[in-house]
Design a protein. Structure first.
Length: 265
């Protein structure tokens, strides 16, 4: 068994070449290779920048119908920065929300030179720390992709009358029209009592969306039409992450082991 494994994985011989060399059938070679993996004779080690818990990732994908889930022990921002270049496709338009975790993603993201346009998908939020707001973050991601930046010069929350007045301005209207062109949205997950929020869309821990606020931001339907990926972790966010996974808004998530195990309990 070990001889077959050495010839296949170290010598890089084909199964047919091994069969001829050892005087056995190719099917027996295949069976011995499977047995070598099952009994630990062959062990694989994947050198990833941030080690991924593959079993939890797979279970999240299956339980919540996700395109991609990445579960790590701690560094969710580093894992997301490693994942994003693989998520971006030709002709994508990237939408960016706000938050401290997304700021860390931007800081760790290497220059991509993809030319991907970046859209600010939510108006400005009050009380955010410097560098974590949607305008600064979208500009930072655009700097990494080398693509055009589409800012949204408006507050996120407003009265219905104020929102209508904002949308009468050309600069705001042009930015809002870009929402429908966003193909990949990168969002955080915030905590609210009994649930959480994605952008301005508030939900309970059961995943039910509450009455939408009047806002200048991508709508829930627009998030569903895009490929929406969330980046969030930490014990305090376990309930919010669980709720977000049930909203139907997310196509993927990068989270930590604590949040994953809570969602799968």
């Amino acid at each position: 068994m070990a001889e077959v494994a050495r010839l296949y994985y170290v010598r890089d011989l084909t199964q047919q070449e091994i069969a001829a060399r050892l005087g056995i059938s190719r099917f027996k070679v295949l069976r011995l290779l499977d047995q070598a993996r099952a009994e630990g004779v062959v062990r694989f080690e994947i050198d990833e920048p941030v080690p991924v818990h593959d079993d939890l990732s797979r279970r999240l994908e299956q339980r919540f119908g996700l395109e991609t889930a990445v579960v790590v022990e701690r560094d969710v921002a580093g894992a997301a920065a490693h994942l994003l270049p693989r998520l971006l496709r030709e002709n994508d338009v990237l939408g960016v929300a706000w938050g401290a975790t997304l700021q860390l993603v931007a800081e760790q993201l290497p220059p991509l030179a993809t030319g991907t346009p970046v859209v600010q998908i939510c108006g400005a939020m009050a009380g955010l720390e410097y560098g974590t707001g949607p305008t600064e973050l979208a500009a930072s991601f655009a700097q990494r992709t080398g693509g055009p930046f589409h800012p949204l010069p408006a507050p996120a929350l407003a009265s219905r009358r104020a929102r209508d007045e904002l949308l009468a301005h050309d600069a705001v209207r042009r930015a809002v029209r870009m929402f429908s062109q966003v193909t990949l949205a990168l969002v955080g997950i915030g905590v609210r009592p009994g649930g959480g929020h994605v952008l301005v869309h508030v939900f309970g821990e059961d995943g039910r969306l509450r009455k939408p606020e009047v806002a200048v931001a991508m709508t829930a339907d627009e998030l569903r039409r895009a490929r929406t990926f969330a980046v969030a972790g930490g014990t305090a966010k376990r309930g919010a992450v669980y709720g977000a996974l049930q909203t139907g808004l997310l196509d993927g998530i990068v989270t930590d082991e604590r949040c994953a195990r809570y969602a799968l309990r």
